[in-house]
Design a protein around this ligand. Structure first.
Ligand code: HEC
Length: 95
């Protein structure tokens, strides 16, 4: 019985690490190199695939409008991040 009780925390730890490993990593391979790349991966790849973002072509102002909509949907982006992401998207995913 004592041995079984000792095993339980171990089993729980294994279950948690397996769950963490299955968390989908944002697909940075779709994003061209440049300042803002990691930020876009971190901020725009959590609710949906990065493919949703890179499939679009918009100028910077239109990207800012898209980002406002994402913030309305719950994206957490501060002012500095907003500027860096919109510059990156406007530069790499322009019409
Ligand atoms: C809090 C969740 C969330 C985050 C974070 C998020 N989005 Fe979205 N996004 C959505 C939802 C919900 C939709 C609509 C459903 C769908 O198309 O999957 C969507 C759809 C989109 C679309 C397709 C629709 C359109 O307007 O053309 C684009 C492009 C997009 N998001 C860009 C972004 C960008 C850029 C970021 C990072 C700044 C981002 N999203 C972060 C929730 C989010």
């Amino acid at each position: 019985m004592t041995r079984l009780l000792l095993c339980l925390p171990l089993l729980a730890a294994v279950t948690i690490s397996v769950a963490a490993a299955q968390e989908p990593a944002p697909d940075l391979s779709l994003l061209p190199a440049g300042p803002g790349r990691e930020l876009v991966g971190a901020k725009c790849g959590t609710c949906h695939a990065i493919a949703i973002v890179v499939g679009q072509r918009r100028d910077r102002v239109a990207w800012e409008q898209t980002m406002e909509q994402m913030i309305g949907r719950g994206a957490e982006i501060n002012d500095a991040e907003f500027a860096e992401i919109s510059a990156y998207l406007g530069r790499n995913f322009a019409p």
